[in-house]
Design a protein around this ligand. Structure first.
Ligand code: NDP
Length: 251
C-alpha cells in the first residue's frame, strides 16, 4: 500500500472527480478526509468507504477552511491535500459580468489558495507534502463561452507553477491535474442546458462536447484519480510545478 500511514484531504470529495480521488487514495492505504458543503453527500461517501472523516465547509471561506482542517488534522497532520472543489458557469463574454468572473475566481482559485494556506505550514515544518490542484484543459487553452472559468483555471495553473518554485527545496511538491470533459454532475448539467438552449438531443449535445477529445469520449473520474495518485506517490518526488493533462490527447 503505497500511501500507508499518510493522511490525505480532498475538497469536494462527496461526489464526482473528488469522490473518485478519495476512493483511490483510500485504496492506496491513506487515511482520507473530505470537505464539501453538502453534508449528506459527504456522509454517504464516507459510509460507502471513500473516506474516514468529513467536514462540511465552504472552501471560499478561509476561516471555515482553517477550522475544518484544524479539526480533521487532530487525527493526524495532512501529508496530501487535493484542491478539487470547483464550479463552472457558461455564457458569452459580453453576458459574463464582473460578478461571474469573481464567482469563478472565488471557488476555483481562492478555494485552492485557502486549502494550500491551511496545510502548507505543517508540510514545510515536516519537510514533506503533496499539493495537487484539479485544474482543467481550460487552464491551458481557451474555449468559447467559458471565459470566466478558463481565466480562473489559468490562474490555478499559475499558482501551482509559482508555488512549486517557492517550495522546490522543501520536500513539498505542487502540481495540477487537468482533465478534459469528465463524466460527472458538472457535465451532466452542461448537457441538459445545451439540450435546452439548442434543441439538440442529449446524445447530439454529448457528441458536440467530446468532439475536441481525440478518443471521442468523456474522461472517467477514476482516470483523473489515477493521475492524482501518481503525483501523491513515492515515485514522483522530482515532479513539481506540472499540470498533468488527462484529455485523450486533445493537445
Ligand atoms: P461536480 O460538480 O460533480 O462536483 C463539484 C464538487 O465541488 C462537489 O463535491 C462540491 O461539493 C464541491 N464544491 C463546489 N463548490 C464548493 C464550495 N464552495 N465549497 C466546498 N466544496 C464545493 O464537479 P466535478 O467532479 O466534475 O469537478 C471537480 C473538479 O474538476 C472541479 O474543480 C472542476 O472544475 C474540475 N474539472 C471538471 C471537469 C469535468 O468535465 N467534469 C473537466 C475539467 C476539470 P458540495 O456540493 O458539497 O459543495
Amino acid at each position: 500500500m503505497a500511501l500507508q500511514g499518510q493522511h490525505a484531504l480532498v475538497t469536494g470529495g462527496g461526489r464526482g472527480i473528488g469522490r473518485a480521488i478519495a476512493q483511490a487514495l483510500k485504496d492506496a492505504g491513506a487515511r482520507v478526509s473530505i470537505l464539501g458543503r453538502d453534508e449528506a453527500a459527504l456522509r454517504e461517501a464516507a459510509e460507502a468507504g471513500a473516506a474516514d472523516a468529513f467536514a462540511a465547509c465552504d472552501v471560499r471561506d478561509p476561516g471555515a477552511v482553517s477550522v475544518a482542517i484544524g479539526d480533521l488534522s487532530r487525527a493526524k497532520a495532512f501529508d496530501i491535500a487535493i484542491a478539487n472543489a470547483g464550479a463552472v458557469e457558461t455564457g458569452p463574454f459580453l453576458r459574463s459580468d464582473s460578478e461571474r468572473f469573481r464567482r469563478m475566481i472565488d471557488i476555483n482559485l481562492i478555494g485552492t489558495v485557502n486549502l494550500f494556506h491551511a496545510v502548507l505550514p505543517g508540510m514545510l515544518e515536516r519537510g514533506s507534502g503533496r499539493l495537487v490542484a484539479i485544474a482543467s484543459t481550460a487552464g491551458h487553452r481557451g474555449y468559447p463561452y467559458v471565459s470566466a472559468y478558463a481565466a480562473a483555471k489559468h490562474a490555478v495553473i499559475g499558482l501551482v507553477k509559482s508555488l512549486a518554485l517557492e517550495t522546490a527545496r522543501s520536500g513539498v511538491t505542487v502540481n495540477a491535474v487537468s482533465p478534459g470533459y469528465a463524466d460527472t454532475d458538472m457535465v451532466a448539467s452542461g448537457l441538459d442546458s445545451i439540450a435546452a438552449k439548442t434543441g439538440k438531443s442529449r446524445d447530439e449535445a454529448l457528441a458536440a462536447m467530446v468532439k475536441d477529445n481525440p478518443q471521442g469520449r468523456l474522461v472517467a473520474p477514476e482516470e483523473v484519480a489515477a493521475a492524482v495518485l501518481y503525483l501523491c506517490g513515492p515515485g514522483s518526488a522530482a515532479v513539481t510545478g506540472q499540470s498533468l493533462l488527462v484529455n485523450g490527447g486533445e493537445f
